[in-house]
Design a protein around this ligand. Sequence first.
Ligand code: MGD
Ligand code: MGD
Ligand code: SF4
Ligand code: MO
Length: 707
Amino acid sequence: MRKRSLCVLDCPDACSIEVEVEDGRLIDIDGDSRNPLTNGYICGKVRSKIKDHLYGEDRLRRPLIRRGAKGAANFEPIGWDEALSTIAERFNAIRDEHGGEAILPLSYGGSNGLLSQDNTDARYFRRLGASRLARTVCAAPTTRAAGGLYGWMPGVGFPDYAGADAIVVWGANPSVSGIHLMPALQEAKKKGAWIAVVDPRRTRVARMADLHLAVRPGTDLPVALSIIRWMFESGAADRDFLARHASEVAELEARAAAWSFDDAGEVAGVDPAAIAELAARYAAAEPAVVRCGWGLERNRNGGSAVAAVLALPAVAGKFGVRAGGYTMSNSKAWTLDATTAAAADEISTRVVNMNKTGETLLAGEPPVMGLFVYNCNPLTTLPCQDKVRRGLMRENLFTVVFDQVMTDTARYADVVLPATTFLERTELARSYGAYTLQRSEAVIDPVGESRSNHEVFAALCDHAGLARPDDPSSADDIIDTILRHEKRGDEMTASLAEQGIAFPAFGTTPVQFVDVFPRTDDGKIHLVPPELDAEAGDRGGLYHYEPDPAPAPYPLALISPAHKLTVSSTFGQLRRRLVPVEVHPADAAIRGIEEGVEVRVFNELGEVRCVATINRSLRPGVACIPKGTWDHNTLSGNTANVLVPDTLTDIAGGACFNDARVQIAPTERARPTAMFSIARTFGIARIFAIACARVRRCCSTAPPEPG
Ligand SMILES: Nc1nc2c(c(=O)[nH]1)N[C@H]1C(S)=C(S)[C@@H](COP(=O)(O)OP(=O)(O)OC[C@H]3O[C@@H](n4cnc5c(=O)[nH]c(N)nc54)[C@H](O)[C@@H]3O)O[C@H]1N2
Ligand SMILES: Nc1nc2c(c(=O)[nH]1)N[C@H]1C(S)=C(S)[C@@H](COP(=O)(O)OP(=O)(O)OC[C@H]3O[C@@H](n4cnc5c(=O)[nH]c(N)nc54)[C@H](O)[C@@H]3O)O[C@H]1N2
Ligand code: SF4
Ligand SMILES: [Mo]
């Protein structure tokens, strides 16, 4: 039987999906066209991995309770009732003894559904008086910058990119992280559009671009400011538009004046003439659009860099035509707020920045005694992995992990709860790329005893004595409550009931400054928003460039971008192979590193042992281990995040994943074998080398078991 669903993984595309189901089990999955952006196809990872994710050996089927040492993943099944009573009693006791703030809910991006987060979970934790979480691991600086400058004006729709004359893809990798932008880029190219990519790696989009600016990680700010300075100085700035629609124009001009093409080129390690070419081509094109991604936010200058990139279309006066302007996140095209269904009073308790989870678990005041992890795999995805791991090892910490599969984090839990996937429950989700709001019902039977988030947290309220009779707790009630608070709620409800999808008032793709305008208080673009400037005050203010962190003795910038086989760490249980560190040939040569050899990647925070692969698409000085790597993917049983500092971005307390600075050295066992040399001759070196390393791993020192 064919049924319709939607994908709520953390991806801008929010695909509408069609599935083939037999006897309540998934047989096949692909895209449909209700969401016009999906256009009948989905990404390879969901198409090829979802069945193993649903039915594979790592799927959690029953609640579990720990019987062995922490981290040993030695569990015994228990019933739901017992699991829920155990959790409710333990958390109530922690609240009574240590205060509610000793409980920390930890959740992020596992599911973009409005039913998965901020409703009954918020109710439970607020009524307990728990600590609150600042969800800063991703998109905090971009959100703050886009809000400060434009009040989250909706951006150019992806299909409209096909009509652009110039496209700048800045710190985004759409061929991996949001694939439905690619056809529009290809069509634009066919029509003669000029495309530039700003990225330290020569990604697939960079290969199709006319200009690739391979900047050093963390140096986008001077590059963008030098373009702004040139526009003001050369007359390319649209001063009429700025006079009518923007504030702090002179202030931005003054701050950009510090950066010439030469100075920016030197800091960013790129040819100043290439920056000048980007500036001139962008300024001359009509329509011209900037796709700003998240790669440039993940460093000490992230917020200012994003603000400067988003200021480009304002200074150049690119709005007012289809395909003219910018795209960042589009999620705020909707005002939908799941917390309206939480039915809980706003409480004033401490706020924990999730990038400081490790430190908070180890030395928080008050100490965290109860941790509830859901929609998140913190051991794998948060900075300072070693601190997070040591925190999870604390004997006196009671940890619940609620997930779909046995994640690396779940291995450290005291109680594990099995969660449904988006195919096994009702869901309501808006997209942050496409302009869609979609609703879907369960299309397959839940695997084992898995349950949905909203159901579990409502049940926990019951067990904890925190439920009230009029709490909206069923999926229908929660959705009704959320939509009732919307201006066009009735229209959306009707559209969702009829077609399973609703669109904003402007339709599927808006024209900036025609259909949508800045949503700042005064309706203007704020080029140097005072509140952002104040927030960045201790770093010298907004647009102040902070130089590279201590290059010696760790001269290589380690970045960890999105990978095509996982969504963050989701599906990582199915990627069993070793994941190599990618090194540029020049960096490899001076360190005596050859393809496939075992290396140490290290800094003052820790060390990852893994195999190396030589990759000439990186800029020299940059190494890469993708995000979402699990412990089993390296020889040392840890990931790139062990090397990532828990320092914060200039605004919004964001994560500085790409500020990891490392050294790489071959290990003593690194000499490639004779067999390896032969294999290289036949061009299968990498496959063979990884196989060698796996064999070696089994035969020699086993990687440390977590814990
Ligand atoms: N397949 C897949 N898709 C995903 C995800 C995934 O993990 N896998 N994750 C989803 C999520 S959670 C998000 S937030 C989005 C992220 O989507 P993207 O914004 O595309 O995310 P990243 O891969 O983090 O970074 C994009 C690019 O920025 C580059 N980069 C790194 N540092 C810098 C820098 O300092 N300056 C510049 N200019 N570029 C830099 C990287 O090399 C990378 O190619 O994708 C979503 N889609
Ligand atoms: N080194 C490095 N690390 C990074 C990044 C980076 O660039 N570099 N990028 C970061 C980014 S962009 C992001 S968004 C974060 C994401 O970090 P996380 O939020 O930890 O995202 P995931 O790794 O996808 O883990 C989500 C977990 O939620 C589970 N889950 C999914 N749906 C549900 C549900 O309905 N209920 C419950 N209970 N569980 C569910 C999934 O099975 C999965 O294990 O990672 C960050 N980590
Ligand atoms: S992960 Fe993204 S591209 Fe893949 S199915 Fe989900 S929404 Fe579509
Ligand atoms: Mo993200």
